[in-house]
Design a protein. Structure first.
Length: 409
């Protein structure tokens, strides 16, 4: 049993989201409280600058220097801590060595990747080592996929209490959302588009709703998937595709698979955006579908991608302003139906902009839970989802300390 000097290390603390997270941890956990933590990255000068910007003197918050490709340095870092949060992305480019080292050294790990193909690769390559060492690896602890994964968990608990059975059909609909996105997020998307355009097998795998489920897990249920404007009678509104659904649906299906099909063997789940009623709703849903398609096409084609990167989108390290983060929010609606036809509706909301202000708080709470409260409890070693790793323990903390709400409506 190791006796590390830190409970938690934030690796990538100087990234756009890492800086918000570091400030959140400093404000909520202090530097001399119950949580012993440190910040890490590849540049000591940048880390020291971040510490200064928080008004902390040297010695108040330890700095750990490690490059994402330097395995010996990552190994030293992991040996000095119980848990690591990583915000170093694109994860498919830089994240693999740290997951490998965490899995080998029994160090708990969480991140905010939304790169499904990379998560799949990590599970394939490192799950055996994580099971052996006891490391709990939890991807997708940001806006993708915490609110979806925990929202479904919450709805299913409520359904079991009320109806004695889970909902076999669940829909998540984004009612309202305001936020921006950072250069790091766009860089991750671009990297996926580049990998997928050179790899037909990856494109095929990405279309599989069970792509993150354990090998051999293949329910004979056709999963719904909103790909264009359509009318949704359960919400009496037109809906359009939701860009994050390709990540969230895979995580929610993995949660069902890892929990021995707690949501049912025939569980169906999809996500979309609510666009309103009548002709106006239909026009808005069609417009959004076309806009999304155009954006994906522009990202896939090198000349338009160059123009987007050069003139339109934020560069790595940049993202929504402090004011935009403060004024952001989201409101997600869940609809569930049991096999007997009972219906339940729930709502999950978050303050701050989803991908940054809210994401940093969710990720921080997940990391602290892993490092302190789950240190000698919780799931055993392996690759877990937010719902299966943290489950009921995390929801009240997100409500009390991260600006989220979960309620039946
Ligand atoms: N799931 C969600 O809801 C969600 C939300 C937001 C972001 N994200 C993801 O989170 C990641 C971070 O986003 P961001 O906008 O904060 O990114 P960013 O500002 O571009 O930061 C990237 C970070 O990676 C570090 N880095 C790059 N190469 C490295 C290396 N070789 N060794 C050590 N560190 C290295 C950079 O270090 P320097 O500071 O030294 O340059 C920087 O701290 C992205 O993958 C993004 O897709 C997900």
């Amino acid at each position: 049993m190791k006796t590390p000097s830190h409970d938690l290390i934030v690796f990538g603390a100087t990234s756009f989201v890492g800086q918000i997270l570091t400030r959140y941890l400093a404000e909520n956990f202090g530097t001399h409280g119950r949580l012993k933590w440190a910040i890490a990255g590849r540049s000591e000068a940048k880390l020291a600058g971040l510490r200064n910007s928080l008004g902390l003197a040297a010695g108040k918050l330890p700095l750990v220097v490690a490059d994402a490709a330097d395995e010996p340095a990552l190994r030293r870092m992991c040996k000095s801590t119980r848990a690591v949060i990583s915000t170093v992305g694109p994860y498919a480019l830089y994240g693999g060595p740290l997951v490998k080292v965490c899995a080998e050294t029994g160090t708990d790990y969480c991140d905010l990747t939304g790169e499904v193909h990379w998560i799949r690769r990590m599970i394939h390559e490192h799950e055996a080592a994580a099971r052996k060492s006891g490391a709990r690896i939890v991807h997708c602890c940001g806006f993708d996929s915490m609110p979806s994964d925990l929202g479904v968990l919450f709805l299913q608990q409520q359904a079991r209490e009320r109806f004695g059975q889970p909902c076999v059909e669940v829909k998540m609909r984004v009612k309202a959302m305001r936020g921006g996105f950072s250069g790091g997020t766009y860089a991750s998307m671009v990297n996926f588009v580049k990998e997928a355009s050179a790899n037909p097998a990856l494109r095929k795998e990405s279309a599989n709703p069970y792509s993150l489920c354990p090998p051999g897990y293949a329910p004979k249920v056709r999963q719904p998937n909103v790909k264009s404007a359509e009318y949704d009678p359960d919400f009496d509104a037109w809906v359009a595709p939701f860009i994050m659904s390709a990540v969230n649906t895979r995580i929610v299906q993995r949660s069902n698979a890892l929990s021995k099909q707690a949501y049912g063997a025939d569980f169906r789940y999809d996500e979309a955006m609510l666009m309103g009623r009548g002709l106006q709703g239909r026009a808005a849903a069609t417009g959004l579908t076309l806009g999304l398609g155009g954006f994906m096409l522009a990202t896939a084609l090198p000349p338009t991608r160059w123009a987007l990167e050069r003139f339109v989108l934020p560069a790595p390290g940049e993202g929504p302003s402090a004011e935009a983060q403060r004024n952001g929010f989201y409101d997600l609606r869940f609809f569930g139906k049991t096999a007997d036809g009972d219906v339940l509706r729930a709502k999950v909301t978050g303050d701050r902009d989803p991908g940054y202000g809210s994401t940093a708080k969710m990720l921080g709470q997940a990391g602290v839970l892993l490092a302190l409260d789950l240190a000698d409890a919780g799931p055993k070693g392996g690759f877990w989802t937010p719902a299966t790793a943290f489950g009921e323990r995390l929801i009240p903390r997100l409500v009390a300390h991260a600006g989220l709400t979960f309620e039946v409506i």
